[in-house]
Write a protein that binds this ligand. Sequence first.
Ligand SMILES: Nc1ncnc2c1ncn2[C@@H]1O[C@H](COP(=O)(O)OP(=O)(O)OP(=O)(O)O)[C@@H](O)[C@H]1O
Length: 371
Amino acid sequence: MAFLEIRNLEKSFGKVSVLKGIDLEIDKGGFLVLVGPSGCGKSTLLNSIAGLETITGGSISIDGRGIDGLHPSKRDIAMVFQSYALYPNMTVAQNIAFGMEIRGVPKAVRDKAIGQVSDMLQIGHLLDRRPSQLSGGQRQRVAIGRALVRDPKLFLFDEPLSNLDAKLRVDMRTEIKRLHQRMGTTIVYVTHDQIEAMTLATKIAVLKDGLLQQSGTPAEIYNNPANTFVADFMGSPAMNLVPVAVHKNGSGVAISAERDNLEPLVLTVPNAPAGLAGHDGGKVIFGVRPEALTDRDSADRNARNIAEGECLIEVVEPAGSDTFAVTRLGGKQVTARLRADANVAAGQKAKLAFNLDKAVFFDPASGQRIG
Ligand SMILES: Nc1ncnc2c1ncn2[C@@H]1O[C@H](COP(=O)(O)OP(=O)(O)OP(=O)(O)O)[C@@H](O)[C@H]1O
């Protein structure tokens, strides 16, 4: 049995159904990241676990024990909010120790716990300050410290980094990952930042409109997205999604993408998924990530199935470590990720290499991946 189990969870606000039968679990010591666009129900799901929202249907259990009817304070969960929610009139040390004080933990034990977490979070020199005298990153560390000293069964983080500037966000992300590795705690973490999700999670759950689209390891979600929504949402730049026609071709399958003022680009797919042949004569969506669409020099040397095609480059975007080249296929803008020194120019043709080992295909009507 998983440590946290969510079964057929439903939540409505009046007539509005916000969570529509969520099934999800995470093992002890796992790091579950809930990700999805604004309004998809991430915070409502987190608040339901915390007990800050009363669920409409389904069940939640931690360590084999149903928690649906329990008051938030009895769930043994600590939550870190985006807004930090520190007490402004208390010092950092008092903020961290407040929960313990209320529970009657002796001062010597409290002081020891404050010392341990402040060392870990490098806030020992700030213990006498008030929140107004701290930077955003320091406040966030205090909020995390306050959660850590409780030593709960489960940590919930609701977009804890979204008030921080870009650089600090990346630093704190590493800090949170390090804490998780060191302490082996079980975490459920909400973000709408897909890079944060990829880097932190042992398991990602992608939500849209109150429905779970897919859950799996970051690699599963990235390499084998269940549908076009997940494919488009995870990854930056996003996966290229190109409408193509399908033709059976001897023992294999060929796909062709329309182009303005050029012959269609035809690629033979030797390793096509079994379901693709069933679309013979019809259209599917061909998904290829920018890094699987390169020039020959940059192409993955281990790739077994590479198909090359001449493409007209519309825009070249140098990005320091890579160069992005934009072309157009099937009426869609398509991004290739080339080496920084790639020899391409806007308005000229370039031979692009498609790594078909990494290609995925989707049904155009349902958006579901073709297996
Ligand atoms: N108390 C409430 N009453 C009515 N509707 C609500 C309430 N709280 C949330 N909702 C609605 O539920 C949906 C999901 O909200 P939720 O805050 O869970 O989304 P989210 O994915 O966390 O979004 P964001 O990334 O913007 O925080 C939204 O459409 C929201 O308007």
